[in-house]
Design a protein around this ligand. Structure first.
Ligand code: ADP
Ligand code: ASP
Ligand code: MG
Length: 446
């Protein structure tokens, strides 16, 4: 079996869905399982609608709702076979009625729990797969639509749920294996708790769903189809000169994803790695290209790719009590843990420690807790740049080239990854584009 995951941009319109089905049509003898994201930016729009409803802003949530309804209904109108079209239109009506009821509820009580938020967000994938499945039937494929909530079991962290892998694997096998060989269509991102309530795997989580399904089925391949030719040396939206990378190790890809390359979701990697399923990243608009293969090992040394995250905040704690004191860092990190803030980069000196936080929410509680240790400083509008590659520093020439190319950039922090696979720099946001492009073109453009 092969698991083919198509992201939002790959199913944004009925024309794109047709390109997806052209790809699937070439793969029928491999027993494809098609995992679909929500159409285009639907999940972002559902977030906006939920937030507007939570503020009691009826005009706004109704406006977003109406727009979403039009986009989806428009796609269904393009289905040729009248009985398939009418069935799909009926399903859309039912789903949109549910969304409306939920949003009305949220707007009446002006409160939205994670459980309700997950329920609303789940509709993006549910709507998209109705349309993908209908179009597949319309084109004569032997398509079956499953509900991923029957496949993936999670705990009650509704918007970033943790997977119960044993039960999930049992369910996936029970539902999918008997119908292997037909075109199996399922939603990414959504799941269900042991109590039967809808949950979601966190933003960008469709890759994770696909990886979990591929692992459970011990698929021959997991292919993540998106809108770029593969994993590239840098996000091509930021550096147009970015180049596609033929093959990458799991460690490099995970590192890149963690530091901001949203082309693959970090946790995507793990379930597939554990079962030795090869992962490919490919372009729906350019299906003749092989894309990037992510495998368990490559022997390539040196710089492979860059990633960036912006905005990032740097927090520095200055304290003379750090001198020769053991347990100091542990106490500081306990505070970050208590505030449920995850730290990206750490740099220490004898009397200070700096950490970076990714786009943090209100930090006043954290700042006052940290003040117990000494003077605390906060710098907003910073950006993180991460250079990834195996044994980056084997050749001192690389270090020299990196820092030489950045001589005009005000670097705020440097962290040389302890695993020798990354170098992380913090620069002011306004210097990000310049820094990353200079570094990229020095290292990757011949
Ligand atoms: P999808 O909708 O298919 O899930 P995403 O938007 O999540 O797609 O991911 C694809 C996008 O990731 C690309 O359009 C690109 O802008 C961005 N991206 C960031 N870093 C990289 C990288 N190193 N290589 C390729 N794409 C990257
Ligand atoms: N639709 C979800 C999101 O936008 C999941 C995904 O696309 O991966 O976060
Ligand atoms: Mg994605």
């Amino acid at each position: 079996m092969v698991v083919l995951k198509f992201g939002g941009s790959s199913v944004a319109t009925i024309e794109m869905i047709d390109s997806v089905l052209d790809i699937v049509g070439q793969r029928l003898d491999e027993a494809p399982v098609l995992v679909s994201s929500a159409m285009g930016k639907t999940t972002d729009r559902l977030v906006e609608a939920t937030e507007a409803a939570g503020r009691g802003d009826r005009d706004e949530y109704r406006r977003v709702y109406t727009e979403l309804r039009e986009v989806h209904e428009d796609a269904v109108r393009r289905i040729a076979d009248s009985s398939v079209r009418e069935y799909a239109a009926g399903r859309l009506t039912d789903l949109f009625d549910e969304i409306q009821a939920l949003l009305t509820g949220v707007s009446l009580i002006q409160e939205c729990s994670p459980r309700t938020r997950a329920a609303v967000l789940s509709f993006g994938e549910r709507l998209a797969t109705e349309i993908v499945h209908a179009r597949a039937c319309d084109r004569g494929f032997d398509s079956v639509l499953l509900d991923s909530r029957d496949l993936i079991r999670t705990d009650d962290e509704f918007t970033a749920a943790n997977v119960d892998f044993r039960e999930t694997e049992r369910q996936i096998k029970a539902y999918v294996i008997p119908i292997a060989g037909r075109v199996v269509v399922v939603q990414g991102f959504i799941a269900r708790t042991a109590g039967g309530v809808t949950s979601t795997l966190g933003r960008g989580g469709s890759d994770y769903s696909a990886s979990i399904i591929a692992a459970a089925l011990e698929a021959e391949k997991l292919e993540i189809w998106t809108d770029v030719d593969g994993i590239m040396t840098m996000d091509p939206r930021i550096v147009p000169e970015a180049q596609t990378i033929d093959s990458m190790s799991y460690d490099e890809a995970a590192e890149l994803a963690f530091f901001g390359a949203r082309v693959v979701h970090p946790s995507t990697i793990q379930p597939a790695v554990d079962r030795g399923v090869p992962v490919f990243v490919r372009n729906t608009r350019n299906p003749d290209l092989a894309g990037t293969r992510i495998s368990d090992a490559t022997d390539i040394e040196g710089p492979r790719a860059l990633a960036s995250k912006s905005p990032t905040t740097v927090i520095t704690i200055h304290s003379s009590r750090m001198l020769n004191a053991y347990g100091f860092l542990a106490r500081i990190f306990a505070i970050f843990e208590r505030h449920r803030l995850s730290v990206d980069v750490v740099a220490t000196s004898e009397v200070s420690v700096s950490v970076t936080l990714d786009d943090p929410p209100d930090l006043s509680g954290l700042m006052s807790d940290l003040a117990a240790f000494g003077r605390v400083e906060r710098e907003d509008d910073q950006a993180l740049i991460c250079l990834v590659g195996n044994r980056l520093w084997r050749r001192s020439e690389t270090v020299a080239r990196v820092f030489d190319s950045l001589r005009d950039i005000p670097i705020r922090l440097i962290s040389l990854g302890s695993s020798d696979v990354n170098l992380t720099l913090i620069v002011p946001s306004e210097a990000l584009q310049r820094a990353v492009r200079t570094l990229h073109n020095t290292l990757f453009v011949p």
